[in-house]
Every structure is written in C-alpha cells, then in structure tokens.
Write a protein that binds this ligand. Structure first.
Ligand SMILES: Cc1cc2nc3c(=O)[nH]c(=O)nc-3n(C[C@H](O)[C@H](O)[C@H](O)COP(=O)(O)O)c2cc1C
Length: 140
C-alpha cells in the first residue's frame, strides 16, 4: 500500500550547509534502499517534508527521523493513501528558501511568513504539486 506522510519540524540549532548536505546524502542512500521518495523544504527555520512509499516503511522512517537532534517539535500534518507517487524520480529532493521561490512559499501561507503548521492537508498537497512542477527550483 502506497502512503504519503507530511510533517513539519523546527530546526533545533543553527544548521550550516554541511548539516543539510549530510541529511540529504543519508536520505538519498537510505530512502532508495527502502523504496521511499519525497521532498524536504527548509524555510524560516522550519522543515517541511513529504515522504511516500510503503506504509510500514514510512512509519519506520518517521520514527527514525523524529529522534534526530537537529530538529524538534515534529508534527504530522497529513497521512494518507495515495494512488501514485508524486516524487517518483527523487529519493529526496531539497528546496530551500531563496528570494526566487519566496513567492511560492507565501502563495500557500495564510501568515506573513511560511508556516506549514497552520496549513491544511489540501493546501499542503497543492503546495507539493506546484513544487514538483517547478523543477528548476529544486536540487534533486
Ligand atoms: C528534517 C530531517 C529530515 C530527514 N529525512 C531523512 C530521510 O528522508 N531519510 C533518511 O534516511 N534520513 C533522514 N534524516 C536523517 C536521519 O535523521 C538520520 O540522521 C539518518 O537517516 C542517518 O541515520 P543513522 O545514523 O542511524 O544511519 C532526516 C533528518 C532531518 C533532521
């Protein structure tokens, strides 16, 4: 059964580019082995990640990620069965806040700054749909 899990968390301390590189490298390696695909966004000190794959694998990965001391306050925002993968080509893509994509973040926010904790499941899905169609902003 193919499932999708979306969660948000807050960075626990100031993270440098090497922290993000480590996260993405580990993600690509581990996720590929487990048939998990997805996307990680980082903006305004908040991580927003969408994971897709076998339900039990997604649950196990989420438990593993939750224990990572680089972030805290992980909240599940959406968990649902999906008919197909959105990020089939990416074991883990990364999108960070740049002036170029700031407008995309704000398009889906009711707040002045990007705050996925306040976004509905349907808004989150629309946000990820638009992201996947704007591959020029994404580092696969
Ligand atoms: C926001 C965030 C997202 C992460 N996403 C993943 C992921 O999708 N896949 C993964 O294997 N590790 C992910 N990690 C890293 C894991 O927490 C962990 O450091 C990594 O899997 C290596 O684990 P290990 O030291 O037990 O091998 C993420 C970490 C953070 C902070």
């Amino acid at each position: 059964m193919l499932y999708q899990l979306t969660y948000a968390s807050r960075v626990a301390k100031a993270l440098g580019p090497s922290d993000i590189k480590d996260i993405i490298q580990a993600s690509k390696h581990n996720n590929h082995a487990k048939g998990i695909t997805g996307m990680l966004c980082l903006a305004s000190g908040i991580f927003l990640q969408q994971l897709e794959g076998e339900r039990s694998n997604i649950n196990a990965l989420y438990r593993h990620i939750q224990r990572d001391s680089r972030h805290q306050e992980a909240d599940i925002l959406d968990f649902a069965e999906i008919p197909y993968r959105r990020f089939g080509a990416w074991s883990m893509g990364l999108m960070t806040a740049t002036t170029e994509n700031e407008q995309l973040f704000l398009k889906y926010s009711s707040q002045a700054s990007f705050d996925p904790y306040t976004m509905s499941a349907s808004t989150l899905r629309a946000f990820f749909d638009e992201m996947v169609h704007n591959v020029r902003w994404i580092t696969p």
